[in-house]
Write a protein that binds this ligand. Structure first.
Ligand code: FAD
Length: 366
């Protein structure tokens, strides 16, 4: 006997697929516009090895522009947005942080007391998000979206819990999984795999807790070359940030040619590469053997550095919000504008669209 097809659940308002920093801050911004929001994100076990990019991000917020673009200039002020979010919703893990640039001299780091710097502690953020999203009235659904198809005046989503939903508007904020859900997304959206070591405590030999970052991230350079790669390439960036009661050490980035999301590399191999990569740097050598647990994440990025923000070409009612090079700086600036464009009255919506255009991120297919 055939199982009868599951009834289609009509969802009011906007459905957001993905509950990382992008989907979550957009959900909060849409709620501020009075829009009903349903956020769909799969359940993740605390002990899972493979997590979202947001969950293992350093959450670093440099208070100066990292490029000479309008978006980078605004992103340098991201701390102001995080502070406002914390005032409105409660603790999100944002705090001022001491910055030390490693690699200035062998084994030493230069304290940069004069640079404005902050960090979102992503261990705190991940613990707090479910609570404050619920308090803001965001409906959450713990499931993985398996299929997405146009339906009468909207979109139909098939979930891995057997349910089928229909909504007028859907925003893809599923990071590296966006292309799996909608393969026709612009080619510049790509993905990589990242790995970090989760340490149980901040290494005591380094003095008071601080963010120790390389002066230049090799990951950024590798992302820029992504479209020209003919074979998989990986780099290790030596960094360390406080994270909950522990710390995150190192950052391995693996980029394969092509735009599709490939399966994760073997964790044991990633750990070996990460530790070996740390061991050959003057700053990382003493830390490479620290006891810690490897955590991996698929990461979306855009070759060229401009994220995808806006309507998906040839797919009315489908929107994308992904591909950030520095999500913690860019998302708090962009999410309120995208929410206004999606939900506000024609005048403010048009103003929000013009601001997104001036930042060069609109339209998403451009
Ligand atoms: C090690 C590391 C360090 C970093 N450091 C920094 C930093 O210091 N500063 C900074 O600004 N950025 C940093 N980044 C980048 C930053 O983490 C990302 O830009 C940001 O987290 C992207 O957020 P996102 O919400 O777009 O994607 P993600 O965090 O990847 O979230 C996507 C979500 O979609 C969900 N999802 C996937 N598929 C489906 C599906 N089919 N159905 C439903 N849900 C789905 C996933 O479960 C996940 O929760 C770092 C990244 C890494 C990996």
């Amino acid at each position: 006997m055939q199982t009868p097809p599951a009834a289609v659940v009509e969802v009011e308002g906007v459905v957001i697929v993905g509950g990382g920093v992008a989907g979550s801050l957009l959900a909060l911004a849409l709620r501020e516009q009075g829009v009903a929001v349903t956020l769909i994100d799969p359940p993740v076990a605390v002990e899972a090895q493979s997590v979202s990019a947001t969950a293992i991000s350093y959450g670093a917020l440099p208070g100066w522009p990292l490029a000479a673009t309008p978006l980078a200039r605004l992103a340098a002020g991201a701390s102001r947005h995080w502070r406002r979010l914390q005032q409105r919703h409660g603790e999100l893990g944002w705090r001022r942080q001491r910055l030390r640039l490693n690699g200035m001299r062998a084994g030493l780091g230069a304290t940069t007391g004069w640079l404005p710097f902050a960090q979102v502690d992503t261990a705190v953020l991940m613990a707090r998000l479910p609570v404050l999203l619920a308090a803001a009235g965001v409906q959450r659904r713990s499931a993985r979206v398996q299929s997405l198809a146009p339906a009468a005046a909207g979109w139909q989503l098939g979930l891995d819990d057997g349910a089928t939903c229909r909504a007028e508007g859907v925003v893809l904020a599923a990071g590296a999984a966006c292309r799996t859900l909608w393969p026709a997304l612009p080619e510049r959206l790509r993905s990589s795999w990242a790995a970090v070591l989760e340490l149980p405590a901040f290494p005591p030999g380094l003095g008071p807790a601080a963010a120790w970052l390389p002066q230049r991230f090799a990951r950024v350079e590798l992302e820029r070359r992504a479209q020209t790669l003919v074979q998989a390439e990986w780099v290790v960036d030596p960094g360390l940030v406080p994270w909950g009661t522990g710390a995150l050490l190192g950052q391995l980035s693996l980029i394969r040619p092509g735009g599709a999301l490939e399966p994760p590399p073997l964790a044991a191999g990633s750990e070996q590469q990460l530790r070996a990569g740390l061991a050959i740097t003057p700053w990382g050598a003493a830390l490479a053997g620290q006891p810690g647990r490897i955590r991996e994440a698929a990461v979306a990025f855009c070759s060229g550095g401009v994220p995808l923000v806006g309507p998906v070409p040839q797919a009315p009612g489908l929107w994308v919000f992904s591909g950030f090079s520095a999500g913690f700086s860019q998302v708090p600036v962009l999410a309120p504008l995208l929410a206004q464009r999606l939900a506000a009255a024609p005048g403010p919506a048009a103003r929000a669209e013009r601001r997104l255009q001036r930042m060069g991120v609109w339209p998403a297919g451009g």
